[in-house]
Design a protein around this ligand. Structure first.
Ligand SMILES: NC(=O)c1ccc[n+]([C@@H]2O[C@H](COP(=O)([O-])OP(=O)(O)OC[C@H]3O[C@@H](n4cnc5c(N)ncnc54)[C@H](O)[C@@H]3O)[C@@H](O)[C@H]2O)c1
Length: 377
């Protein structure tokens, strides 16, 4: 089996390190970061010899694949450069920062025929995977409504500890609308197989916070899907609220799921049954259904569990490697990554246009040129 050599750009990419190191025939041989101190500290820690400050220089090395974990506004330019250089790409969230970037990304994935794998790690949590399996087994009946909520006040991340302004001031808190949608959309879309988001409207209470940046005091984006289902996506990165980045709710014709909201809470489900008629439903712990967990989560190895998130941080890397080896399709490929990211980008247009209802382009292979436009163009 040919060895796969990986290069990691950006410190956040180290979350993949344990995964890569525990897969046979894979080696992280290069690292890249503009910040030389961070670069050397991480590379020393993991014994990586090839070090680059400039991403394009790393692409000239003999790596087969890159992990792009640099700031959001670097993702598409770096993904395009990597694909053109013949490297497979695993990209951090979000996929890109403009609609045009998303169209370019899809074009380059088609042109260069390399793997593009969207690292939406939240879909890999054991709870999301267990609910997915229960949906497939029919426990929820016909699923038609879901909520995803991401509450993460990032006011402490707008300036780096050394006093320099962070990219988050501009590319996250410097924009209107939901700049970070996919940790919420990704998991809930696992529960609507074969569906896609076709239209959105975003609501905002305006700017009520003291940070002097344009970002809304939270947004709520209502999404309609091709099959007529409804998603309610709330993202709030400015309001005073304890962190709660993975709150979800699912409703179907036969039952419901609610994720836990704080440490002492628990994930819960309720299904219609003999002792649970629809007018008197009771919650049960989700873990009562653990027998339905996918096998790899039930029998997670020490390495998998050690990588974090109940094995999720290992399985995402394993899936990427399997895709690079041609043994599986990317779990989240470019078209889906672009659809979910577009919801956020279009939400900015919606809030700045009187909560306008906006259609989401249908990202798919060989999309016609006339469809590659921002809907209000
Ligand atoms: N999936 C998740 O749960 C999760 C969590 C945190 C961050 N992220 C994503 O990870 C990415 C990085 O976020 P972060 O919090 O680590 O940011 P950060 O600002 O802490 O780190 C970014 C690093 O990238 C380096 N960098 C910047 N531009 C570069 C370039 N052109 N080439 C090489 N290196 C460059 C910086 O020097 C810095 O070390 C973002 O896209 C963010 O959305 C994802």
């Amino acid at each position: 089996m040919k060895e796969i050599k990986v290069g990691i750009a950006g410190g956040r990419g180290l979350s993949t390190m344990l995964g890569f190191r525990s897969i046979e025939g894979v080696r992280v041989t290069a690292m890249c970061d503009l910040n030389e101190d961070r670069l050397n500290e991480a590379a020393d820690k993991f014994g990586v010899e090839k070090r680059y400050r400039v991403f394009d220089d790393m692409l000239e090395s003999d790596i087969d694949a890159v992990v792009i974990a640099t700031p959001m506004q670097c993702h598409v330019p770096q993904a395009i450069a990597a694909l053109e250089a013949g490297k497979h790409v695993m990209s951090e969230v979000t996929a890109g920062v403009s609609m045009d970037e998303l169209f370019w990304l899809c074009e380059c994935v088609e042109k260069y025929n390399k793997v593009y794998f969207y690292a939406e790690n939240y879909i890999y949590s054991p709870q999301v995977q267990l609910v997915k399996r229960l949906v497939e087994e029919g426990f929820f009946g016909d699923t038609y409504y879901a909520e995803g909520m991401y509450m993460h006040n990032i006011s402490n991340l707008l300036v780096y500890p050394d006093g320099k302004t962070s990219w988050r001031t501009y590319w996250q808190d410097g924009v209107r609308g939901n700049f970070y949608p996919t940790h919420s959309i990704g998991p809930v879309m696992q529960w609507f197989p074969g569906d896609r988001i076709t239209e959105i409207t975003t609501f905002s209470p305006g700017v009520r916070h003291p940070y002097g940046v344009k970002q809304d005091s939270g947004t709520t984006t209502m999404c309609r899907t091709a099959k007529g289902n409804l998603l309610n996506i709330r993202t709030d990165c400015t309001s005073p609220h304890p962190h709660n980045m993975d709150y979800y709710h699912l409703q179907g014709t036969l039952g419901a799921y609610r994720s836990k909201t704080h440490a002492s809470d628990y994930h819960r489900v309720s299904f219609i049954g003999e002792d649970s008629p629809s007018h008197a439903m009771q919650w049960k712990p989700l873990e009562d259904y653990n027998e339905y967990l996918p096998e790899r989560y039930k029998n997670a190895s020490k390495e998998a569990l050690g990588a974090g998130h109940g094995g999720g941080d290992f399985f995402i890397v394993k899936d990427f490697v399997d895709a690079v080896r041609g043994e599986a399709k990317p779990a989240i490929a470019a078209y889906t990554a672009c659809e979910w990211t577009a919801v956020g980008l279009l939400s900015g247009l919606s809030v700045t246009n009187h909560e306008k209802h906006i259609e989401v382009p249908h990202f798919r292979p060989n999309m016609p040129l006339e469809e590659k436009k921002t809907p209000l163009d």
